[in-house]
Ligand binder design. Structure first.
Ligand SMILES: [Zn+2]
Length: 358
């Protein structure tokens, strides 16, 4: 007689890579000995870790090593890197929002290096899982070639994408669903057809960039796709933007690697922005991008943490994103019959380069 236990399907959880490091927690306004409040705070990673460890995934740790100068100069100027080294060990501000504490430069180098380490695991065909999550602080997508900005010191996702290109890939997709436009990432790949940068963001809003007509230049013309959205956009608007613009363009681009600039500040709970995404929307978007990766990128998706300033919104959003990206699971989210005008406009602009319905 067959036992009921052996006739059950295997319930081994899927595996995924995890980048995390205690050094990220030392990046705190005022330093660990005299911490002061700033929205970009270590508690964010506590919430992110709860999402990671509460998920049905067998995590394989990837040690973060400090990024090397070779990795950084692909997107940052040597002069800027020297200026960061010059503030190592100090407490200061690099712009009105962006603090440096005594161990912040060390954390930033580990965050950028953690991204390249994750990309290496994803690209190594013998190394195991095809998806990974990088819990990083400080975040990266506002960091410009020569300037720290918007809580960001080094542009982690850009360093990772450039590393993948240096390893021989010719098509890397970066989808940035952080509520703010990733101006730094856009600038770094503005003229490149190798990295397709697509962003959905509240607009007009910080940092001011990300209009639909910002599409890249030269060989990179059309390889920047911006979907600026009015304050108050919810699941139906984001879904419409995905269905009308993000997914058709991504499908046609056929990326070999998908990186998500995964901020969770478009959550309805977030105190810094006015969007209204539910947690399940992050699972829906994550699953959609996983399907793109399954088509052309051997399932390779890296989730790179950006913003998200409400701890419950961050934990719930990341937990859902992991479900979508790693498990390929999501529930239905709300939809609208007619796409909003701003989504139609963004799709129309993208349609000048890509064969999408518009
Ligand atoms: Zn943000």
């Amino acid at each position: 007689m067959r036992s009921i236990v052996t006739s059950l399907p295997m319930l081994t959880p899927p595996e995924a890579w995890l980048v995390d490091d205690a050094a990220f927690d030392a990046h705190v306004l005022g330093g660990p000995d005299h911490p002061a409040y700033h929205p970009e705070r270590p508690e964010r990673l506590t919430a992110a870790r709860a999402a990671v460890h509460g998920s049905k995934v067998a995590w394989q740790r990837v040690p973060a090593k400090p990024a090397e100068s070779n990795d950084l100069v692909r997107v940052h100027s040597p002069r800027y890197l020297e200026s960061l080294e010059a503030v190592r060990g100090e407490s200061t501000y690099l712009d009105a929002d962006t603090y440096v504490a005594p161990r912040s430069v060390e954390a930033a180098l580990l965050a950028a290096g953690g991204t390249t380490a994750l990309v290496d695991r994803l690209l190594d065909p013998t190394s195991g899982p095809s998806q990974g999550v990088a819990l990083l602080r400080p975040p990266g997508h506002h960091a410009r070639s020569e300037q720290a900005m918007g809580f960001c010191l080094l542009n982690n996702v850009a360093v990772g994408a450039a590393h993948a290109i240096a390893r021989g890939l010719s098509r890397v997709l970066v989808v940035d669903w952080d509520v703010h436009h990733g101006n730094g990432t856009q600038e770094m790949f503005w003229k490149s057809p190798n990295v397709l940068y697509m962003s959905l963001h509240q607009y007009p809003f910080y940092p001011g960039t990300g209009a639909a007509n910002e599409t890249g230049e030269g060989d990179g013309k059309g390889f920047t796709v911006n979907v600026p959205l009015s304050a108050g956009a919810g699941d139906d608007v984001y879904r419409s933007a995905f269905e009308r613009a993000i997914l058709p363009v991504a499908h046609e681009f056929a990326p070999e690697l998908v990186l998500i600039s995964a901020g969770f500040d478009a959550s309805a709970r977030d105190p810094l922005a006015q969007m209204r995404l539910s947690a399940p929307a992050f699972a829906w978007m994550g699953r959609a991008l996983r399907r793109i990766a399954d088509e052309s990128a051997q399932g390779r998706v890296g989730v790179i943490l950006e913003g998200g300033y409400d701890l419950v919104g961050l934990e719930g959003g990341l937990s859902a994103a992991i479900r979508g990206v790693v498990l390929g699971e999501a529930d239905e989210i709300s939809t609208s019959k007619e796409a909003p005008e701003e989504v139609k406009r963004a799709a129309k602009v993208a349609g000048r380069t890509w064969k999408i319905g518009g």
